[in-house]
Design a protein around this ligand. Structure first.
Ligand SMILES: Nc1ncnc2c1ncn2[C@@H]1O[C@H](COP(=O)(O)OP(=O)(O)OP(=O)(O)O)[C@@H](O)[C@H]1O
Length: 352
């Protein structure tokens, strides 16, 4: 059973001196451009309602200026909202005292930054141990915990190096080790892999997923890259001009884009590589498993691997297993259909 870790309800952020005075315009339907033109205020977030579940990776995705950073900065109140509620681990962030806020920032959330934000004059070990030394832990504890997590991210042996001696990918491993040393339930990752070369970026995504399998952190990951979002997200939130345009399970969004903006976004995705058998299979109801099935496949196999396996033969059908359990059937003709993006707007236009 999942539990909400973060809940944002009716959250608005308007940048400008009279934000509360102009809020009613936005609540009455005024958009970002109009608000800027008529009232010289910038709409950052517009009625955000998002629940981030404990132990899941929530990815917030959108183009530059869509409000991703503004959203994440509300969680530890680096930004004051214009209106709305921010609940983190059952606590109303707006009601926290200064001490409570400091405690929340240090012990509930850790951050991994795009530009690593390592201290250049400190060693890798001291950088990774920083969250604990800030909390006043003794040096032995800081070093022990830092060394443990550096080892876990593959940096054993580099403890006494300085950040400038490491590649970008290695520096970000230190960034992740530092966040893990903090031992917080929530990790905020703001474009954490965006500065890295593509191959290194893929490695880091794999590392994060591997760590997550063991650690079950609540990760809030910001990116403008849809491939990255689809790979990492349990829950995907897509922002545009400060509004949530669609949110949900990423495979569901890919198969059921909610509006033309999302259709455009997902149209270039390699669907065979991203979609899994579980998203397109026919769940086993009362119907029988086909007698002429060509074998068993796993619910989490990609469609790409299924095409390879079937040799492209669309007459094949398979039994779908989740562990030991039979959960559905996969017909290769269904698979082929799922590879073609559904264009809801065109379908609607044809009907009208
Ligand atoms: N301090 C500020 N004052 C005025 N406007 C701001 C401020 N901070 C952000 N904005 C505006 O709010 C909107 C959302 O910005 P935000 O930085 O959250 O977007 P983003 O999706 O994180 O973009 P990027 O990917 O470029 O970082 C933008 O229009 C931005 O110009």
């Amino acid at each position: 059973m999942t539990q909400p870790m973060v809940r944002l309800s009716g959250l608005y952020k308007i940048f400008g001196a009279r934000d509360k005075d102009v809020l009613h315009h936005v609540q009455g339907g005024m958009g970002k451009e109009e608000l800027l033109a008529q009232h010289k205020h910038v709409l950052g977030l517009n009625n955000i309602n998002v629940v981030m579940q404990a132990g899941e990776i929530t990815v917030v995705m959108g183009l530059s200026g869509s409000g991703k950073s503004t959203l994440i900065r509300h969680l530890n109140r680096l930004i004051e909202p214009t209106a709305g509620e921010i609940i983190v681990q059952g606590e109303d962030v707006m009601q926290l005292s200064e001490d409570g806020l400091r405690h929340a920032r240090q012990e509930k959330m850790s951050m991994v930054f795009q530009k690593f934000a390592l201290l250049p004059h400190k060693t890798v070990l001291k950088n990774a141990g920083m969250p604990l030394s800030v909390r006043g832990e003794d040096e032995v504890t800081c070093d022990r915990e830092a060394a443990k997590w550096l080892d876990r991210v593959g940096l054993s042996g580099f403890e006494n190096h300085y950040p400038a001696q490491l590649s970008g990918g290695m520096q970000q491993r230190v960034g992740i080790a530092r966040a893990l040393t903090a031992n917080t339930p929530i990790m905020l990752m703001d474009e954490a892999f965006s500065a890295l070369d593509p191959l290194i970026r893929t490695d880091m995504q794999d590392l994060l997923l591997e760590l997550q399998k063991e650690l079950h952190k609540t990760i809030i990951f910001i990116t403008h890259d849809l491939d990255e979002a689809l790979k990492l997200a349990d829950h995907l939130v897509i922002l545009k001009d400060g509004c949530v345009v669609q949110q949900g399970e990423p495979q569901h969004i890919l198969l059921n884009p909610g509006d033309p903006y999302i259709e455009d976004f997902v149209s270039d995705i390699n669907r065979a590589r991203v979609l899994r058998v579980r998203s397109i299979m026919t769940p086993l109801g009362g119907d029988k498993v086909p007698a002429d099935a060509h074998g068993e496949v796993d619910v989490n196999d990609t469609l790409e691997s299924m095409i390879a396996r079937s040799g492209g033969d669309t007459s094949h059908a398979y039994i779908v297993k989740d562990g030991e359990q039979t959960v559905g059937t996969l017909d290769m003709t269904e698979l082929v259909r799922a590879l073609v993006p559904r264009v809801a707007s065109e379908a609607g236009a044809r009907q009208s």
